[in-house]
Design a protein around this ligand. Structure first.
Ligand SMILES: Cc1ncc(COP(=O)(O)O)c(C=O)c1O
Length: 350
């Protein structure tokens, strides 16, 4: 008999398909990552830190929280740094769950929410997103019970790119004052929409963000969480003092000092490259969900064959199903990458 809690033994790990993701062999359009390397100044800052001979020291984070608070227009005591936004998400689930508690996780969505809820043995309620109505607000509202401890708003949602308005988030938070409203703003720099202005008024609001996407640093694992000062103090009791890697902080500081590289990339992806892909999909009659992020979830005929064909031609995209129907989630990269993608895809013979 295992000494580990049975429900944890029975879980299956979240294992993203990382095998064979060689950036020399493929254009990686499968993980919603930035598709170009980060700027020289970030690599230089990392080199400088290592050359300064400080690797043997425990991390010391300096004024990173203040810098992020300024960037996010909140007070420093309303923010904490985390090891990727995955850690922020996990902290909130761990801090709010109790026996017999419920999580409302509209589906389909990012796998980590389920993982965290299951580790905490929460029951999961999953109202469904639809292409027509987006976030199932009314169903979420009617699913709230006294046992609801967390309601997830993935904003914009992965894989469909749907965005929820700040007004709707406020309605949810007021309808369930006994539950955490977890607003995942992983793709904030793409959508430019945020619930930050609600934090002062809503004590049950938790916002997670990351440097993994637009900032291009997923390998270093750096994120942050915004909430009321009381919530931040409590969550810091759960997070370890050194959970965030010092090199991640060095890179994030350099990124904040040089935000243009992110802005230029976001502008190219959202204002030029994504419209090119959307127009091409429209022309082919391939349906896709309206998306406010750097990815499009589309539903070609023969998605499996399209995915294999694109792979053979050097493009990785991500199969994701909806109601038994397979779709392909495609990360939008630069204009040049999108042009190459559609040229290659256009050669696919069904
Ligand atoms: C919606 C969403 N939230 C969070 C994450 C995790 O981000 P991080 O690398 O900051 O842990 C992802 C990663 O794909 C995501 O799509």
């Amino acid at each position: 008999m295992s000494v580990i809690k049975q429900h944890i033994v029975d879980l299956s790990a979240y294992k993203p398909p990382l095998e064979g993701r060689n950036p020399q062999a493929f254009t990686l359009l499968d993980f919603n990552e930035r598709t170009t390397p980060v700027g020289h100044m970030i690599k230089q800052a990392l080199h400088d830190y290592i050359d300064a001979g400080r690797l043997q020291m425990y991390p010391s984070y300096g004024d990173i929280a203040k810098r992020l608070a300024d960037y996010s227009s909140v007070c420093e005591d309303q923010l904490m740094i985390t090891n990727g936004s995955d850690q922020g998400i996990d902290l909130v689930f761990r801090a709010v769950s109790q026996s017999n508690s419920e999580a409302i996780i509209p589906s389909p969505s990012f796998a980590m929410y389920h993982q965290c809820a299951k580790v905490e043995a929460m029951s999961i309620v999953e109202p469904e997103y639809t292409p027509e109505n987006g976030y199932p607000l009314n169903e979420v509202l009617s699913s709230i019970t006294p046992n609801t401890k967390i309601i997830v708003v993935s904003n914009p949602n992965n894989p469909c790119g749907t965005l929820v308005s700040a007004d709707a988030i406020s309605v949810l938070a007021k309808a369930a004052p006994h539950a955490a409203i977890l607003v995942d703003e992983c793709y904030f720099e793409y959508s430019r929409e945020t619930a930050v202005s609600l934090v002062n008024a809503l004590p049950n609001l938790f916002i997670t963000r990351t440097f993994s996407k637009t900032w291009g640093l997923p390998s270093l694992r750096f994120g942050y969480l915004i909430s009321s000062p009381e919530n931040i103090t409590a969550l810091c009791n759960v997070r370890g003092p050194y959970d965030v890697n010092q090199l991640a902080v060095v890179a994030a500081m350099a990124a904040l000092d040089n935000p243009e590289y992110t802005k230029e990339y976001v502008d190219e992806v959202m204002l030029q490259s994504k419209p090119i892909l959307e127009q091409w999909l429209d022309g082919q009659g391939i349906e896709y969900w309206p998306s406010r992020a750097n990815y499009l979830w589309c539903f070609p005929d023969n998605p499996g064959q399209v995915e294999s064909f694109l792979r053979e031609q050097g493009f990785l995209v991500r199969p994701k199903s909806y109601q038994q129907k397979m779709g392909l989630r495609i990360t939008v990269g630069t204009c040049e990458q999108t042009e190459r993608l559609i040229t290659v895809w256009g050669q696919f013979v069904q």
